[in-house]
Design a protein around this ligand. Structure first.
Ligand SMILES: [Zn+2]
Length: 240
């Protein structure tokens, strides 16, 4: 199947990539939903990652929210690997329609990729809800307890989508437009069963929905082609 996928990619000039946690893990990031980390967090915090990263937690228990967010999320920032270099090279060759990122780790922008839609937001974008001043991730890490704006002293907000918040319709519309323009969609390490993913891919008219996955999932049946194994190794084989 890899050979077929390689031929398809070679002939594609409007590729949309969608990046999930599978590729983040290969860049040294953490999947809070993988069973060992998930149970470790439940044990330590007496709550699951969903609850700890929810809008309710942020609005009413900021200290606990930031304690978790700083220790378990932004203390483990992944760095882009060869997968992202390959995507960047495709953009330089003008064969990339866009990358739609479904994770919060900003790997695409770190790799220098320009056309990125971050539907879940990014840990690198933080702002003051009072005066809109922006802050980098180090500012949050260095702050004691709740990070506050150095000008108006309001608690800062990481620009990531928290559970229980409405999705950003503009970003989803943008993503859907990219998918309808794509000749090929390449999905890296994501569950295709997710309704958000289905909404976006539902606008794709082609027959080349290719999934690179580290493990089997029920939603894999929605892909036209599935390549299992290490994503980076398989992408290197498929895009050359
Ligand atoms: Zn402020």
């Amino acid at each position: 199947m890899l050979e077929t996928v390689r031929k398809i990619i070679k002939q594609s000039n409007k590729i949309v990539f969608m990046t999930g946690l599978g590729s983040v893990v290969e860049c040294g990031g953490r999947d809070l939903w993988s069973s060992d980390i998930f149970y470790d967090i439940e044990r330590k915090y007496k709550m699951c990652p969903e609850q700890l990263l929810s809008a309710g937690e942020y609005s009413s228990r900021k200290e606990r929210f930031y304690n978790f967010y700083k220790k378990e999320v932004i203390s483990y920032l992944p760095k882009p690997d060869e997968t992202y270099e390959i995507i960047k090279a495709l953009e330089d060759e003008k064969r990339l329609e866009a990358v739609i990122s479904f994770n919060i780790f900003g790997l695409e922008k770190l790799a220098g990729i320009k056309n990125v839609v971050e539907v879940a937001g990014s840990v690198y974008d933080n702002y003051c809800p009072g005066c809109n001043k922006t802050f980098d991730v180090d500012y949050l890490l260095k702050s004691r307890s709740i990070p506050v704006c150095d000008e108006c002293k309001k608690a800062l907000r990481p620009n990531i989508r928290l559970l229980g918040e409405r999705v950003d319709n503009d970003l989803y519309t943008k993503s859907a437009i990219h998918c309808s323009a794509a000749d090929t969609i390449i999905i890296l390490g994501m569950d295709l069963e997710s309704t958000k993913v289905q909404y976006v891919t539902g606008h794709y008219k082609g027959k080349n929905l290719i999934l690179f996955a580290r493990e089997e999932r029920f939603g894999d049946k929605y892909a036209d082609y599935v390549i299992y194994g290490n994503i980076r190794d398989n992408i290197k084989e498929a895009v050359r």
